[in-house]
Write a protein that binds this ligand. Structure first.
Ligand code: SF4
Length: 90
């Protein structure tokens, strides 16, 4: 009786572990990132050319048409779309 219950709990535990791993794979390590412009797909980063290298500035623009000039670093908006990254990107 008790052994059957233990086996049942172990099976349930393994199923839950597999579900957690699957969810972590879906969300990735970026699941907790803030929903601000920096992590939004609508944000286009601006760059400045320094010699032969392009360096990102602290500026950009929004292709969803939202004004960003007075927004604060942690602000988000209704048009926020999480940025997607390729498998080889960090
Ligand atoms: S859609 Fe909103 S969060 Fe995204 S870049 Fe534009 S202003 Fe920022």
């Amino acid at each position: 009786m008790l052994a059957d219950k233990v086996k049942e709990l172990e099976l349930e535990n393994n199923t839950l572990k597999a579900q957690v791993e699957e969810l972590q794979e879906i969300c990735g390590s970026r699941g907790n990132l803030p929903k601000n412009c920096e992590y939004c797909q609508n944000f286009i980063q601006h760059y400045v050319k320094c010699g032969s290298v392009y360096a990102p500035t602290y500026d950009g623009h929004c292709v969803a048409g939202n004004r960003m000039k007075k927004s604060k670093a942690g602000d988000t908006c209704k048009s926020f779309v999480p940025k997607t990254y390729g498998k080889n990107c960090i």
